[in-house]
Design a protein around this ligand. Structure first.
Ligand SMILES: NC(=O)c1ccc[n+]([C@@H]2O[C@H](COP(=O)([O-])OP(=O)(O)OC[C@H]3O[C@@H](n4cnc5c(N)ncnc54)[C@H](O)[C@@H]3O)[C@@H](O)[C@H]2O)c1
Ligand SMILES: [Zn+2]
Length: 282
C-alpha cells in the first residue's frame, strides 16, 4: 500500500518505482533487522522474531540488567558463541545496496544492524554508519578499551564463562548499543547529515520504533526527500512516506536499485558523461 494506497500488489509497486526514484541523485538508506532475515538472522519484532517468541529475551539487551546480573552475562556469552551472524552470508538485498554504493549515485547506508553484512556484501566501510554498533568487537564497560570479538569468544570456548577486560578487569560486552545506552554522537551526527542531504530516503526492514534511528525518516522528509518504506509490517512513519511497499525485501530492493541505476545512467547520458564500464562485482 502507498500513502496513496496503490502499491499493495506486486504490479502496483513495480509500476511506481520509476516515478518514486525519478531524479534521485543522493540516497540515504536506513536498514533494520528485516534486511537480514533472508540471511538466516532472525529479527526481534517480526512475526517469528526473537522477542515475539520470547519476551524475556529483551532483558538481555538492556545495559543495566547486563552489568548487574552475572547470570544474564553467562547467557549472553553462550548466545554470542552460537550466534547466526558468524555463519550468515549477505543476501540479494545487501548485494544490491552494495552495487548502489559503488555507483555514481551518492549513497550512505545507515544501519541499525550489528551483523556487518553490508560491508561483507561489498559496501565500502566508509559508506556504512552502524548506529547500533557491531558484534565484531567487544568493549570494556570500565575503561572503554575495544578488542576483537573473536578473541573474547576464544576465551569463552577455553572455559572463561564471563571473560573480563585484560586491562582493568572490567565487564566486557559486545560493542553494540544496548537499551539504556546512548548512541555514538559522531555516528548519529553523520547519519542526520546524510538524511538531510538525501533526495531519496529508503527505510528497509525496520519497525521504525527504535529512536533516534527511526526519526531519521522525518529528518529526511523535512529536508525535502521522498521517503520509501519497504517493510512487511506497518510503521509509525508510513503516513510520511511517498510509498510503503509491504512485499519481500529480497524482491523489492534489487529491483529498486536497478531502477535507480537506470535513472542515473539516463541522467549521465543526458549530461554527456562517458558510460561507465560494468562493475565486475555487480
Ligand atoms: N541482523 C541484525 O543485526 C539484527 C537482528 C535483530 C535485531 N537487531 C537489532 O534490534 C533492533 C530492533 O530491530 P529493528 O527495528 O531493526 O527490526 P525489528 O526486528 O523490530 O523489525 C524488523 C521488521 O522487518 C520486517 N521484515 C522481516 N523480514 C522481512 C522481509 N524479508 N521482507 C519484508 N519485511 C521483513 C518485520 O516484519 C519487522 O517489521 C535494531 O535496532 C537492531 O540493532 C539487529
Ligand atoms: Zn577495561
Amino acid at each position: 500500500m502507498t500513502a496513496a494506497g496503490a502499491a499493495g500488489s506486486p504490479a502496483g509497486w513495480a509500476a511506481g518505482l520509476s516515478r518514486w526514484t525519478a531524479g534521485a541523485r543522493r540516497v540515504a538508506v536506513l536498514t533494520g533487522a528485516g534486511i537480514s532475515t533472508d540471511s538466516g538472522i532472525s529479527d526481534f519484532r517480526g512475526p517469528s522474531g526473537l522477542w515475539t517468541q520470547d519476551p524475556a529475551a529483551e532483558k538481555m539487551s538492556t545495559y543495566q540488567v547486563y552489568v548487574s546480573d552475572p547470570a544474564v552475562r553467562l547467557r549472553s556469552w553462550q548466545a554470542r558463541l552460537s550466534h547466526p551472524i558468524w555463519t550468515a552470508e549477505p543476501n540479494p538485498a545487501h548485494l544490491a545496496l552494495a552495487r548502489l554504493t559503488r555507483s555514481p549515485v551518492g549513497t550512505t547506508v545507515i544501519t541499525q544492524n550489528i551483523d556487518g553484512l553490508h560491508q561483507r556484501a561489498g559496501t565500502p566501510a566508509g559508506c556504512v554508519l552502524e548506529l547500533h554498533g557491531t558484534m565484531y568487537q567487544v568493549v570494556c564497560v570500565g575503561c572503554g578499551r575495544r578488542s576483537e570479538m573473536a578473541g573474547a569468544l576464544a576465551r569463552v570456548r577455553a572455559g572463561e564463562a564471563d571473560p573480563s577486560c585484560t586491562g582493568c578487569g572490567g565487564i566486557l560486552k559486545s560493542a553494540t548499543v544496548m537499551f539504556g545506552q546512548q548512541l555514538d554522537a559522531t555516528v548519529l551526527a553523520r547519519a542526520i547529515a546524510a538524511a538531510e542531504a538525501a533526495d531519496l530516503f529508503l527505510a528497509i526492514g525496520s519497525t521504525l520504533i527504535v529512536e533516534p534511528a527511526a526519526s531519521l525518516c522525518a529528518v529526511a522528509v523535512r529536508a525535502g526527500a521522498r521517503l520509501i518504506i519497504i517493510n512487511r509490517d506497518p510503521t509509525p512513519y508510513d503516513k510520511l512516506a511517498t510509498a510503503v511497499i509491504s512485499e519481500p525485501i529480497g524482491e523489492v530492493v534489487p529491483e529498486l536499485v536497478d531502477q535507480l541505476l537506470a535513472v542515473r545512467r539516463e541522467l549521465g547520458q543526458a549530461a554527456g558523461e562517458e558510460p561507465r564500464l560494468a562493475d565486475p562485482a555487480s
